[in-house]
Design a protein around this ligand. Structure first.
Ligand code: UT7
Length: 324
């Protein structure tokens, strides 16, 4: 018998305010055509001025709890993947814990930028398997509009806000790829590439939150090759072929990167969950937002095998094989 960390339910929250590419044309020297062709983005959501990452995380968590038929008091701990917390400390996670009446188990944030959800999934899986907690709320929540440089069209049209959540819970498995839950996770980093995607501020440097800086072409190049490598690693590690995977649920940064990974796996685009067109790049929130959308509209069903993958500033990247 093996302990597996299963996904019991999903939830999401998107801010009310929708910004179309036509709205971006009013802010930046850009065009709908350029944004769609280069990134695949058509619209995105921006949080209200007084709406925090915590507010969005709580709303997504409530949605996931409702879908599971659970209360906050049924949950042992909270992990939030975010690079845009509302305070330097305490964490977003403890605020969620208090707001939802989650039991006083572990509550902390993880910062791995756009790979945050895959990193957090790995940590939560370890904690569930060692018995530290039986049920976790795992949330990806971001307010990237607060670190966008409104003078920089190269990044300003890409990033957005939102939150996605899952309820994770321990279950018994056989230790095979047929089990429900997290089958394997694969994390990587290369800090020598830290200067191609970063924020030019912080607590111990400028004392400000700073703004996103990105060498888009360079990040793109690395993303295509690293995603291709890490999905191959997942297949080899689990001794499976791509046709055994029902769904690719990728980080939503750019449709061209997503299509390239799908192609590498030989998966047709109807097996790839795409939300970048209507969510933009919501960093750590993008995978749980995409997952929730495909679960709620009935595409992803219990028992389906999914491959999750992401790359973000650092660079940090990773993938997870999960049977829903
Ligand atoms: O989530 C974390 C990981 N992030 C990513 O994976 C993002 C990876 N990178 C990308 O998605 C793409 O590189 C971008 C979408 C950011 C850019 O696409 P690109 O095809 O690499 O374009 P580029 O940066 O090479 O820019 C091409 C041209 C440049 O003009 P010149 O030098 O050719 O005259 C830019 O100045 O497009 C120009 N440009 C724009 N034009 C209109 C850059 N931004 C814009 C804009 N509107 N918003």
């Amino acid at each position: 018998m093996t302990i597996r960390t299963t996904i019991r339910s999903t939830g999401s929250y998107l801010p009310e305010k929708i910004m179309t590419n036509a709205d971006m044309e009013k802010i930046f020297d850009t065009t709908d055509e350029w944004i769609v062709q280069r990134s695949g983005i058509r619209q995105r959501h921006f949080a209200a001025k007084d709406e925090t990452t915590t507010d969005m995380a709580i709303a997504a968590a409530k949605d996931a709890l409702k879908s599971a038929g659970l209360e906050g008091s049924d949950i042992d701990g909270v992990i939030v993947a975010t690079s845009t917390p509302d305070s330097t400390f305490p964490s977003v996670a403890v605020k969620v814990q208090a707001a939802l009446g989650v039991k006083g188990g572990p509550a902390f944030d993880i910062q791995a930028v756009c790979s945050g959800f895959v990193y957090a999934l790995t940590v939560a899986d370890s904690l569930v398997r060692t018995g530290a907690a039986k049920r976790f709320l795992l949330i990806g929540a971001e307010k990237f509009s607060s670190i966008v440089n409104w003078e920089d069209r190269t990044t300003g049209v890409l990033f957005a806000d939102g939150a996605g959540a899952v309820v994770l819970e321990a279950a018994e498995g056989k230790g095979t790829v047929e089990d429900r839950g997290i089958i394997s996770t694969h994390l990587h980093s290369d800090g020598s590439l830290k200067d191609i995607l970063y924020v030019d501020g912080g607590v111990s440097s400028t004392g400000t939150a700073g703004h996103i800086k990105m060498e888009g072409k360079e990040v793109f190049r690395h993303a295509v090759s690293m995603m291709s490598e890490v999905v191959a690693e997942v297949l080899e590690h689990n001794n499976i072929t791509a046709d055994q995977i029902q769904w690719l649920v990728p980080h939503q940064a750019n449709i061209r990167i997503i299509e390239s990974t799908g192609k590498k796996l030989g998966m047709s685009m109807d097996r790839v969950v795409v939300t970048v067109d209507h969510h933009g790049n919501t960093s750590a929130a993008s995978i749980p937002l995409a997952l929730n959308e495909a679960v709620k509209d009935g595409r992803i069903r219990k028992g389906d095998l999914m491959l999750l993958e992401a790359l973000g500033g650092g660079l940090v990247w990773g993938a997870a094989l999960v049977r829903y």
